[in-house]
Design a protein around this ligand. Structure first.
Ligand code: CA
Length: 360
């Protein structure tokens, strides 16, 4: 049967559908690309894990089903911290995580998730999209056969939950705290003992006194974990994670196999998921902070200025040592700090000045 005869015999709905055809391909075609997305989060983990689901759904909708993505929680296809390798070798086509998990591959990866006393979500997105940050990230991941995309940001985190008050630098001495990454290294130089443990063990360790303190994320996730039942002092601000960027990493061949229109959709869907996560955290943290204070009588307190100053000095030392060890780190950090210096001047007369004015 000729095409026009088929259309005639099937009636007007098919004609209408065919009129939506783009480049000779009808919409709602069979999936052309079936992808697997491995994640570093437990399946459906609030905000972080659900952002991965949201991204998969958005891409499927925007491509009218031409790309189908099956999302795997940690350990479903591969363990959380093997996601990077799995996508690199093509076991899965994409992954969702945070760049600091891959510091064992290359220490510079950490600079693309968070730097203690570094930039906020808004500032870091400025650097990534308009300050050369993303291009450097692409250059770094290229050697692992991956294409990175910024996909979400936690915003400023909280400094964490402490069984005892922190009134001076001396109170950090001997403090056993669950705090991973660069922040942990900083705490160790302040005389504390950083501990790393899976999320599921944090609550009982804090409650039993096996650890004196823990950081996690912010009010929404911390409330869900029930951390307020184990410690009452909730300190701010999250100096160690002022705006942690989450990421998608895509197998390079898989990405290059996509036609240009689908590549553009994937890229823009990640950008949309990036914005969506900041918005979701903003809404849910607002509400959860109120619940923690009003319903659970949590003491929300600022870390003392001299403690923050000390942590800041130590953070600069820790980061500088990484930079001194590695040429590419130097390049990334130079770009990051140059942008941060400018951003700080601008933030001082915009966000910071306005926040202050609003609170007068
Ligand atoms: Ca954290």
């Amino acid at each position: 049967m000729k095409r026009r005869d088929v259309l005639k015999s099937l009636g007007s709905s098919v004609v209408a559908a065919s009129s939506l055809a783009v480049g000779g391909q009808a919409f709602a075609a069979k999936p052309e690309f079936k992808w697997k997305m491995v994640t570093t989060w437990p399946k459906n983990f609030p905000v972080l894990g659900t952002n991965a689901n949201y991204l998969a759904k958005t891409i499927e909708e925007m491509t009218a089903g031409r790309i189908r993505i099956k999302v795997f929680g940690a350990n479903e296809l591969v363990p959380a911290f093997e996601a990077f390798d799995a996508v690199s070798r093509g076991t899965a086509q994409m992954g969702h995580g945070a760049a600091y998990y891959w510091k064992g591959k290359n220490e510079t990866t950490q600079f693309f998730s968070a730097i203690p006393f570094g930039m906020t979500a808004q500032e870091v997105n400025g650097w990534l999209y308009y300050g050369g940050g993303l291009a450097l990230w692409e250059e770094l991941y290229d050697q692992f056969n991956l294409v990175p995309m910024a996909t979400g940001n936690t915003g400023v985190q909280m400094a964490g939950w402490f069984r005892k008050e922190i009134n001076s630098v001396e109170d950090l001495n001997g403090l056993k705290m669950r705090i991973p990454g660069l922040g942990g290294e900083v705490l160790s130089r302040a005389g504390g003992t950083p501990v790393n443990m899976p999320g599921g063990e944090i609550f009982t360790s804090l409650q039993s006194g096996a650890i004196d303190a823990t950081e996690w994320i912010g009010p929404y996730n911390d409330l869900a974990f029930g951390l307020y039942k184990a410690a009452k002092n909730y300190y701010y601000p999250g100096w160690h994670e002022p705006g942690s960027t989450l990421e998608t990493f895509i197998n390079k061949e898989a990405f290059n196999d996509l036609p240009k229109d689908l590549q553009a959709i994937v890229k823009h869907a990640c950008k949309d998921a990036n914005m969506d996560m900041v918005s979701e955290f903003s809404a849910k943290n607002n509400a959860a902070l109120t619940t923690l204070v009003n319903k659970h009588q949590v003491n929300v307190k600022p870390l003392p200025d001299d403690v923050l100053k000390k942590l800041h000095t130590l953070s600069n030392e820790v980061v500088q040592e990484i930079v001194d060890r590695d040429v590419f780190s130097q390049k990334v950090y130079a770009s990051y700090t140059e942008f941060q210096q400018q951003a700080t001047k601008w933030s001082k007369v915009s966000e910071y000045a306005y926040m202050r004015a609003r609170a007068l």
